[in-house]
Design a protein around this ligand. Structure first.
Ligand code: PLP
Length: 363
């Protein structure tokens, strides 16, 4: 029976292994969360929402979409609300890509896109660009990627942490005749954003999330912003009651109190610079980042996996991306000062032991 399944179905036959959530004694710097509590006023909105737990959430997330439209300066029919932005990313693949078609993405990029393309029976064309401070527009528009039904640009990019100037994004959108998805998951830590392009380009779709800059990864709130025709297609195929009442309430409250988070964003960006320079003194290099994480090149002699394991033994979790050709790197999320001091101390300790020839297994 299995032999008659398609390749996609066979790949899906092995379910994900799943991972036990690390307990609170771990310093978790592997998935770019923002480890700060919700502001009191946002927290209270969640508690109030719990009193309505017996009701289904609001139909089509209308008041959340209205609040987002208001905050982002667009009309409500330009907004879709998602259970995290990854839900909306999934809808984009289903709405705009048929089996056998292709989509183009800068590589190294957000690996979840590989799974989404595979689920759709489509091909992900990865355009290699290690230092995408500027966009390889010609390659994206004229190369083999010309066949792509849409182009995905994460800005700042994950895991490379780089930010492409909005003028380059605009050129891509203006010169392309197809949909461009601008994933701005990390944009609140960057110097600029693409919102102003929305009114000019009906082929642009922007994704936002509250998982990174608004410390709400576990609550799952994300948005898609774009022309009503694009957004309408996504809303049409979205699951009913896709968000829960807490996500709904927290989303509205965050949007009303975004200014409260400025201190948080300032802390993360300042901490990011402090940690980058401390790492270089320890012999690791972290090039400037526009996101809430650093891509850290480890010293010659050991690869990123070695460092990931050595840190894990000290209860510090970081990410490693061998599939993206980043074997000599680890990705480190920026958290609280205490967390960052802990990883700096651990790296200093591991470097010292490594110089003395002590293996990570013994560390
Ligand atoms: C580039 C990028 N886009 C989207 C997401 C998904 O975020 P969420 O589904 O939590 O909104 C992530 C998460 O790490 C990301 O790195």
């Amino acid at each position: 029976m299995l032999s008659s399944l398609s390749q996609t179905a066979r790949q899906l036959n092995a379910p994900p292994a799943g991972r036990t959530a690390p307990d609170a004694t771990y310093v978790k710097l592997d998935t770019n969360e923002n480890p700060f509590p919700l502001p009191t006023i946002v927290w209270q909105s969640a508690i109030i929402a719990l009193e309505r737990q017996y009701l289904y959430p609001e139909d089509d997330n209308l008041s959340l979409r209205e609040a987002a439209a208001n905050a982002y300066g667009v009309a409500t029919d330009h907004v879709i609300a998602g259970n995290g932005s990854s839900e909306i990313l999934g809808l984009i693949y289903r709405a705009f890509l048929a089996p056998g078609e292709s989509v183009a993405m800068l590589s190294p990029g957000f690996s979840f896109n590989r799974k989404l393309a595979m689920l759709q029976g489509a091909q992900l064309l990865e355009v290699r660009c290690d230092e995408p401070q500027s966009l390889p527009i010609e390659q994206l528009l004229l190369g083999c990627e010309k066949a792509a039904k849409f182009v995905l640009v994460a800005n700042p990019n994950n895991p490379t942490r780089t930010f492409i100037p909005i003028a380059d994004i605009e050129r891509l959108v203006a010169e392309s005749d197809r949909l461009v998805v601008l994933d701005e998951a990390y944009v609140d830590f960057a110097p600029d954003n693409g919102l102003r392009l929305l009114s000019r380009y009906p082929t642009l779709l922007i994704l936002r999330t509250f998982s990174k800059s608004y410390a709400a990864a576990g609550i799952r709130v994300g948005f898609g912003l774009g022309h009503p025709e694009l957004i309408g297609r996504l809303r049409n195929i979205q699951n009913v009651f896709n968000m829960n009442v807490i996500g709904h309430a927290v989303g509205i409250s965050v949007l009303a109190h975004r200014a409260i988070y400025e201190d948080n964003h300032r802390h993360i960006t300042q901490e990011r610079e402090r940690v980058a320079s401390a790492l270089s003194q320890l012999g690791l290099s972290a090039t400037p980042s526009d996101a809430n994480f650093l891509l850290v090149r480890v010293p010659a002699g050991h690869d990123g996996r070695w460092w990931q394991l050595a840190l894990e033994r000290q209860k510090i979790l970081v990410a490693f991306f061998p599939d993206e050709g980043l074997e000599d790197c680890i990705r480190v999320s920026i958290g609280t000062k205490t967390q960052m001091d802990a990883i700096l101390a651990a790296i200093s300790d591991i470097s010292g032991r490594s110089k003395m020839g002590i293996s990570p297994a013994a560390q």
